[in-house]
Design a protein. Sequence first.
Lengths: 202, 204
Amino acid sequence: MPVRVIGLSGSPHRHGNTERLLDAFLAGAEEGGGDVEKVVLKDLSYTPCRGCNACHKTGECIVRDDAIPLFDRILSSDCLAVASPIYSMGITAELKGLIDRAQFLWARKFILKTMYFSDDHVRRHKGIFISTAGLSWDNVFDAAFPAVTAFFNTLGFEYYDNIIANNMDQYGGIQGHPTALAEARKKGLSVVGVIRKLKGDS
Amino acid sequence: MEIKVLAFAGSPRRGGNSETLLDWVISAMEQEGGVAIEKVALTEANVNPCRGCNACEKLNKCVQRDGMDYLHDRIIDADCIILSAPIYCMGICAQAKALIDRFQVFRSRKYVLKLPIVPPERKGTRMGVFLSTAGQKWDHVFDGAVPSVKCFFHVVDIPDRDIRYLMVNGVDEKGAILSHPTAERDAGQLGRDVVGELRKRRGE
């Protein structure tokens, strides 16, 4: 069975540090035999959540745009890599816009209880957060984690790992970082193997 | 001289809990007199996300022409900036994050180009207020939002000590805040305190 890997690039800036880190991860996943897809969020057309709570009654989002088929693709993936640079100590508005749109799935899971992920399902579905930040502060990613955690939880993915690199301003970009790209590639390769083994076991 | 307040309603839901909190603060400020308040609903303000192009680091202005053109001078002129926004998925809603990220032009001005944000005589006279609501009851539900809010204020010369917070958890459905035991009273007190503090700083 193929291991499907989907990578969301949440940066408005094409081929920047974060997207290159995602690319390295996806290249590793492909090397490991994964079925790899990259989605550039800025090329899609979707609006942020309107907060109307209509989905709390129906489990469906009333906004019909590119976010809806994307969630179908995410839910049929074995590995979800979510990539965003840190802007103003948080993830980008593009990625937050998509995360907020998962509210209809949250409603299915927690309000309507029409969607359920077994522990085994969650264990077999791995979520990976990929990020870069210009600042050197150790805490520069801290405010991004809660929203990413909530996103993986809602979608039935185990929050498996972070691939993060700070201090980009100092390194002059990701290519100047001593280990980040190689580490991302290695983690891509390894997570596909881990998922394949778990799928074989079940 | 009138105290100028620029108040952002960051929620996509008009008249919801975080905007109600804002309206309570605004109305208390107005009752103090001598305060000119402009309220901006972000859903109608046409503020697009930052493109991450970094052009502002050289140009000292943003290459995007949208609602920020209108807001730019008002952000600088305000004596007090209020941001209200709900928590969605453990973070500030995407609409408010877009506004925060567009403050990159001020960050570039301040830290890259080393130019002033406000004239020297106005430094230390400005204040910021963050108002938020969340459906979850967890104490840590605001933790993901606060660091971004600090950036938002820091880059326009409003340091930590000049930021006031009122964050109310456990309010989800529209109108839930109306039955909260302390929110309205706390919002009124906050509005009055901030006006008093701003007056003091001007030597009034």
